[in-house]
Design a protein around this ligand. Structure first.
Ligand code: EPU
Length: 416
């Protein structure tokens, strides 16, 4: 059954270990196409998007072995440049295969990527960025055929901050001729992880983690081993769930240095959060009394992430006062508002803002998850509600969380 059932109203108590980062693993897996050799990646999360990315790698000739949380990718021989529609269409991050395949074979064929419906999510800047590096596109029946004689390093300023476009440019530039300078680059930790991985494989990159990344093209990349960083969004989800439900939870293996904005919001809504930096543990204590947030905007890193906006919104439905949240990255990321209102929340949306009248009790309901992070937020709402909640659309949640019910059961939640 594609459902999650929750009996709400339980405090969360216990320890949980944070899985590897989805959004770091996906572009790194795409990057293995550039490597004439074997890549060993540790702490890969067992989630649907990774399964699909592995299928995409296999479809072009990579040999992939998955043992526990370790993925071994042998990309000695890339036989194909064409990616199958089924998996390209299943997720947004298939678009970063473009830069990687062009880097390796100077040719790539794929359709428009799919992924969570959280906004229009065009790929115009991806295509423009590749064109800037000398790529020509032919489009037929929504299939993109990209080709170039060679990729040429260049100074490129990305018009709107974009994680995916920055990743595609990095992937295209590492084997390009000459120097590429990316201005207005995204600074997300996932960009840093991708660059660290590539440097370990022989790439020459400087400035990652700032808005100006400089890449000197090299002849080839060789096999390497890399440990994926833990997932800051999963850690943030459990932090907010604890703040919402009340209880005492210790999160293990937390990328604390990436989570300042989330920890600070957790504190401002009333949770007591203690950071054990040396042990990479975060302790969250909450009496379940949530203070409202007068105004918060989602921002690019290091601001409060759009990927946690829905979870925060769910928690604020029971705050003692009025909160306002503005979504500035994706125009359609309030799709859970009608679902939360059916549970008794009082949320009003105007354009890219919601106003939340808190302190109402939530009651369990039958809900439908329509996308990944919104789905996780509905789970939090179900945990905070009185009575039974049934959420359909579990497969969306499994795109990003290894096993949300298992982890929450470990914390005492009644969820299956
Ligand atoms: N944009 C364009 N044109 C483009 C590309 C992007 O207009 O060619 C716009 C987007 O529509 C959006 C803005 O630029 O309004 C920023 O989007 P960005 O390209 O940064 O997003 P992304 O790379 O598609 C990644 C994450 C998202 C996360 C965003 C923002 C991955 C696989 N996805 O998406 O994660 O929300 O960055 O931080 O890394 C998730 O994990 O649930 C998720 C959606």
């Amino acid at each position: 059954m594609d459902t999650i059932c929750i009996e709400g109203g339980v405090l969360l108590c216990g320890d949980v270990t944070i899985q590897g980062s989805k959004n770091a693993t996906l572009p790194i897996l795409a990057a293995t196409i550039l490597v004439e050799g074997q890549t060993v990646l540790h702490r890969c999360p067992h989630i649907l998007d990774i399964v699909h990315m592995v299928k995409l790698l296999e479809s072009v000739g990579c040999k992939v072995i998955w043992e526990g949380d370790c993925l071994c990718v042998d990309a000695f021989e890339i036989k194909e440049v064409c990616f199958p529609e089924k998996y390209v269409d299943s997720m947004r991050s298939s678009i970063v295969l473009l830069g990687a395949m062009l880097g390796r074979k100077k040719e790539a064929v794929l359709q428009y990527p799919g992924g969570c419906v959280i906004g229009k999510r065009p790929i115009d800047m991806h295509l423009w960025a590749m064109e800037e590096m000398g790529v020509a596109f032919l489009e037929k029946s929504s299939i993109l055929h990209a080709r170039c004689e060679k990729l040429l390093g260049k100074e490129i300023s990305i018009p709107i901050l974009s994680v995916g476009v920055t990743e595609n440019l990095i992937l295209a530039a590492v084997l390009a001729k000459g120097e590429t300078v990316i201005r207005h680059a995204a600074m997300e930790p996932e960009i840093v992880a991708l660059c660290d991985f590539l440097i370990g494989a022989g790439a020459r990159i400087k400035g990652h983690g700032t808005d100006r990344i400089v890449i000197e093209g090299v002849e080839k990349l060789s096999g390497s081993e890399y440990v994926v960083t833990p997932d800051r969004i999963v850690a943030g989800t459990y932090l907010l769930a604890t703040a919402g439900c009340g209880g005492e939870v210790v999160l293990e293996d937390v990328p604390m240095e990436q989570m300042d904005s989330v920890i600070s919001i957790g504190r401002s809504i009333g949770a007591v959060i203690t950071e054990y930096k040396a042990d990479r543990k975060l302790q969250i204590f909450s009496e379940g009394k949530r203070r409202p947030i007068p105004y918060l905007e989602t921002e690019v890193y290091p601001g409060f992430p759009t990927d946690l906006q829905s979870c925060l919104l769910a928690v604020m439905t029971k705050a003692e006062g009025i909160s306002v949240i503005a979504e500035t990255i994706f125009e359609d990321r309030f799709r859970i508002v009608p679902e939360l209102n059916r549970m008794g929340a009082r949320i009003f949306q105007k354009d890219n803002r919601v106003m939340i009248w808190g302190a109402n009790g939530l009651v369990g309901a039958k809900l439908t998850a329509k996308e990944l992070r919104g789905g996780a937020a509905l789970v939090i709402a179900g945990l905070m509600a009185e009575g039974k909640t049934v959420i359909q659309g579990r497969n969306y949640i499994e795109r990003g969380y290894e096993n949300l019910p298992r982890d929450l059961r470990q914390l005492g939640a009644v969820i299956r």
